[in-house]
Design a protein around this ligand. Structure first.
Ligand code: MN
Length: 437
């Protein structure tokens, strides 16, 4: 686990003015990594501070001379030697950046450093990694219970749920970054059980509010990762929208689970918030019901039980085409928090590698829909509208059961705790565009 140190000092200010705005997601205490391209230039690794993004390639050559900048950390293609993707080097880099951006840096040095910085609004962000594999879990017991009870009212939770972090192998090639339009997919729909399925554009299009994490250092094939070391393998976190076509899903999911209902697109936020930046926001693992089984030994670790949880405020907003035209602000659909997940990120990662499966640098894992106990904490429309039976009323007077063309979904995430600086994840946006005709 990560110690709280001087990089988390709430009094700390930066010479980058916009980083000192109390509402920014990106104060000097955060410093998330990303991949970006200035106009008409190639993609490169960067670090976010306030409204700016710093070019780590420029920094490596000009600013951080002598100290090895492992910027290949952020580009799986360049990460030739996986043993180099080490958390201590990442922490050392974050510490160098903290020193560079502190407010007491010599103004002449500031002027020079500014040559390697761009306005966030002027650049294009790419995927922070070339994602090799993507795995999606199902770790919210509230989400699993809600969804289960729609289909199996007497027996909502499967008997394995409290023993296994349930997951499936997702599709990496269709992961896109925030701001990419999402085309409504075609697929098989069998809403009329009396007739054969029809191949039509998906009708029940949905989002899922999820938390994602990237693998930093991988493991060798055949070498599981002990739970006590799990977090050493996590590079950092982002927001994930696991777009889902519920009508396709309902027909295809048995017996092997989701397939084309999920693989048409998944959106991620472009900034990777490091585990170290999140140190002040760690909480105990989910408190299990006294009647629940304890995790099996390979998933049970004292430190992980004490600090394995994360307190992150997650919010989902919708803005329809009508709302945009009438200048109506995006409307909040739900709030939830990964501290309510039944399994910790460490348990997900350790379980994933427990059969010897090799995780690789740049693999993305997602938590599954993050829902809480309350009605307004449900992290997808399937739950919020109870399979479309209880439509939502929007401030524009429109109703929604599922997503319509032109709807934009905006995910946000941020951490707040008394005595610490607020940090955030930025946004994860995607707008539905019509299916091909
Ligand atoms: Mn999902």
């Amino acid at each position: 686990m990560y110690e709280i140190n001087e990089t988390h000092d709430p009094e700390l200010k930066s010479w980058v003015e916009s980083a000192n705005d109390p509402n920014t997601d990106f104060p000097i205490q955060n410093l998330p990594f990303c991949v970006f391209a200035p106009q008409n230039e190639q993609h490169r690794a960067g670090v976010i501070i306030g409204d700016l993004v710093a070019d780590l390639e420029f920094f490596a050559q000009e600013v951080l001379e002598g100290s090895a900048v492992p910027y290949f950390l952020f580009d799986a293609e360049k990460a030739v030697d996986l043993s180099d993707v080490r958390i201590d080097r990442l922490m050392a880099l974050r510490y160098e950046l903290y020193k560079i951006f502190k407010e007491d840096v010599d103004p002449k040095v500031q002027d020079f450093i500014a040559l390697g910085m761009h306005k966030r609004d002027d650049v294009v962000f790419g995927s922070p990694y070339r994602i090799g594999d993507y795995t999606d879990f199902y770790c919210s017991i509230y989400h699993a219970t809600n969804v289960g009870s729609m289909f199996r009212p007497d027996n909502p939770l499967m008997p394995n749920y409290k023993y296994i972090p349930i997951g499936y192998h997702g599709r990496a090639s269709s992961i896109v970054v925030s701001g990419t339009d999402i085309k409504r997919p075609w697929g098989q729909n069998r809403s009329d059980a009396e007739k054969p399925p029809v191949y039509i554009p998906a009708k029940n299009l949905d989002y899922e509010m999820e938390l994602g994490f990237f693998v930093g250092r991988g493991n060798e094939l055949g070498q599981p990762i002990p739970i006590s070391e799990a977090e050493v393998h996590i590079f950092g976190l982002c927001l994930v929208n696991d777009w889902s076509a519920r009508d396709i899903q309902a027909w295809e999911y048995q017996p092997l689970g989701p397939f084309l209902s999920k693989s048409f697109a998944t959106t991620i936020s472009p900034y990777v918030v490091t585990m170290e930046a999140l140190a002040p926001f760690r909480v105990p693992a989910f408190e299990r019901d006294p009647d629940d089984p304890q995790p099996l030994e390979y998933l049970n670790d004292e430190t992980n039980q004490k600090f394995g949880g994360l307190d992150i405020k997650l919010e989902v907003y919708i803005q329809t085409e009508n709302m945009r035209q009438e200048n109506i602000e995006a409307h909040m659909l739900s709030r939830s928090n990964p501290k309510d997940l039944y399994w910790t990120l460490g348990q997900m990662l350790t379980h994933h590698a427990s059969n010897g499966c090799n995780l690789q640098t740049g693999d993305l894992m997602a938590s599954g829909t993050v829902s809480g106990k309350e009605k307004d904490e449900r992290g997808c429309l399937l739950e919020l509208t109870w399979r479309g039976t209880e439509p939502l009323e929007l401030p524009s007077g429109e109703q929604r059961r599922f997503l319509e063309d032109g709807d934009e979904i905006i995910l946000k995430g941020y951490c707040e705790r008394e005595g610490f600086r607020r940090i955030g994840f930025g946004e994860c946006r995607g707008r539905i565009v019509p299916a091909d005709s």
